[in-house]
Design a binder for this molecule. Structure first.
Ligand code: HEC
Length: 135
């Protein structure tokens, strides 16, 4: 029985490792991510961050790290303003009357939309085949 447990532990660790590897590569739909990034993220950056923030500003690995840390803007802001908050349904609800993309994409689950945006940013990052500087 003891040996059996040891095997299960090894198996669990192996499976955990496997799932982490899968999470590391964004599997989202980058085309949806592009729409959301352009219509929602960029819309606010133009109005409030002094201009566009483009995918080519970071490498793919830097983007994944950015979302892993889940920071957004000044580091002392509250968790509400973490990067993932801006893809949340709560945020989409709050702007749906003034932002058509947010209204159209209202029903997409938070984690799926986050994967879509991540996929787009990695797809067009600084070290990608098609770095985008015009989002
Ligand atoms: C409601 C407005 C708003 C929305 C929506 C928004 N941002 Fe921002 N973002 C800002 C502001 C303001 C700054 C500049 C913050 C600062 O002074 O550092 C910023 C800065 C950034 C930066 C560069 C500074 C940093 O945090 O490293 C990145 C990257 C970023 N935003 C990504 C995103 C992404 C991705 C989304 C969409 C999922 C998004 N933002 C949505 C307002 C917004």
């Amino acid at each position: 029985m003891k040996q059996h447990k040891g095997f299960l532990t090894v198996l669990t660790i192996a499976l955990l490792g496997l799932s982490l590897t899968v999470i590391a590569a964004p599997k989202g739909n980058w085309k949806k991510g592009r729409i959301y990034f352009r219509m929602v993220c960029t819309d606010c950056h133009v109005k409030e961050a002094g201009g566009k923030i483009t995918p080519a500003e970071k490498t793919g690995a830097e983007w994944l790290d950015y979302f892993e840390k889940n920071l957004h803007g000044p580091q002392d802001v509250t968790a509400k303003y973490a990067a993932s908050y801006f893809v949340s349904r709560e945020y989409r609800e709050s702007i749906k009357h003034t932002n058509r993309a947010a209204a159209k994409m209202l029903k997409i689950p938070d984690d799926q939309l986050l994967e879509d945006v991540k996929a787009f940013l990695v797809h067009t990052a600084k070290d990608s085949d098609q770095p985008s500087r015009c989002e």
